[in-house]
Design a protein around this ligand. Sequence first.
Ligand code: BES
Ligand code: MN
Ligand code: ZN
Length: 484
Amino acid sequence: MKIQIKTVNEISPSQSVVCIVGKDEIPPFISLTKIEKGYVLRKLREKVDYVHVNSYDRSTYFVLANGKLPAFRMLEELRKNAATMKKLIKSNSHKELVIASDGMYNGAVEAFTEGLILSIYSFDKYRTKEKDDEKGAFPGKVLLYGINEKSKVEWLNILCEAVYKARDLINEPPAYLNASVLAREIRKMGDAAGFSVEVLNKGKIESLKMGGILAVNRGSIDPPVFCILEWNPHEKVNEKPIVLIGKGIIYDTGGLNIKVNDYMSQMKADMAGAAAVAGVLYVLAKCRIPLHVIGLVPATDNRPGGNAYVQGDVITMFNKSTVEVVNTDAEGRLILADAISYAGKYKPGLIISIATLTGSAAMTFSNKAIALMGNAEEKFFTKLEEAGNEVYERVARLPFWDDYRELLKSDIADIKNSGGREAGAITAGKFLETFTEFPFLHLDIAGTGILKKDDYYRTKEGPGSGLRLLAVFLKKLVEENIIK
Ligand code: BES
Ligand code: MN
Ligand code: ZN
C-alpha cells in the first residue's frame, strides 16, 4: 500500500491525470478529443464535484476548486474530494497517476495528493482474505505535475508515511501491542528516522518513584514503560528544548470504575497521543528540522486486575505531590502528570501534551476540533491555530482560568484526579498544569483522535490526529523565527 510520490515536468498523452481547475477551462497540457472537451466543459459548468473522462487507454479526472472559499477551506475540500474519488480511482487500476492543476491555486496539487494518500490507508495486517467489496488497485506511483520545490514533495511524503505509522500503532490490537511492544515499535521508528529512543522499564520507573504511572499499572499483568524520544540536531535553532508528551494508555477499561455500555469499544486507541508524538519525531528527524525536541511517552494499560488501584487511594507522584483517586477512569492525567514533571529536567521552552483525555472534549467539539488550552505565550496559540487551519486539524481554545482549580480540591491530598463531569476537559488540563512550572500547552484529541467511521481521508479508529498539526506547527516555529 506504500505509494511513491514524485514530481514530473511533462505529461504524456497516455497517462491518467487528475487535473484541478479553478475555472471551467481545460489547461493546454491535457490532451483530450474535441468531444471529450465539450463534455468536460458542460459538466464543469454544472458545478459537479468532479468529472471523469474514460478514454480508451486512460482516465482523466477534473476537479473544480471552490475559489469562493478561503484558501485553507478550499484546500480541505480538495483533500475531501480525493477521498470521495478514491473508489473510482481504485476501480480503474492505474499503475501511476498524475496530479496536476491549472495553477490558479497554490497548494492544490499537494492537498489533493495528501487527501488521496491518507484516504487509501487501510489496516490489513490481520486480513487473510482480500476485501471483496472493492475492485481494482491503487496507483503505485503518484506524479505531481508542476511542483518545482522538491522539498515540498519530500515533506508531504514523509508526513503521510508518519501518519500511516501512527495509524498502524493505534489500530494494532492490545493483545499484540502492549506497552513493551509499543516501546519496541517506537524504537524502530527512531532507528528508521534517526532520533534516539531510551526506554525506562518498570524497575527504573519504580526507582524514579513515578507514582502515577505505577498506580494505573497496578491492575495490569504487563509492565509499564516510559519512552524518551529525542531529536537534537547540531543545527538546532532553539536553546531550550520543546517537550511533547503523548498519552500511551494501551487499553482503557476504566479500571475498577469500569467503562459501561459501548464506552470501552474503541479504547485500544487511547494511545493515540503517544502515536502522534512518535510520528512527529519521525517527521522532524527524517526532514532534519533544526529544532531540539524531546518526546515522552508513558505507557501502560488501565485494567481492574487483582491489585488494581481503587477510589480512595492516595498516590505520591514523581514530583512528590499527592493525588486522591476519586475515579480510576481518570487515568490518563496520572501517567501524563509524571511525564510532565519529569520534563522539568530539560528546562524546556515549551511543554505540549497530547492525549485522548476526556469525553468532555469530544462532547464539546465532536470530531471537528482539537481542544486546546494552556498558559504558554500567546504566539504559540496563534501558530497552533494557523497550523491547524493549514492542515485542517483545527484547534479550538478553552478557557484556562485558575478558578477551575477549585473543582480539583481534595480533602485529604494535594489534589484529586477528577473534578467531575462539569468542564471535564478544562479541569483535566488544569490538573496537568499543576505538575510543571514551565510554559504548558495541552491538546485534548478525544473527539478527533478516535473515529467510529471514516471521515473522508481521516480513516476510522485512529486517524492519526494531531500529528500533522504538531509537525507543521514546529516547522513554522523554525521557518518564521518564532523560537530562540
Ligand atoms: N480515555 C478516556 C477519554 C475518552 C473518552 C477518549 C471517549 C475518547 C473517547 C479517559 O481516560 C477517560 O476515561 N476520561 C474520563 C474522565 C472522568 C472519569 C473524569 C471521561 O472523560 O469520562
Ligand atoms: Mn479513562
Ligand atoms: Zn483514557
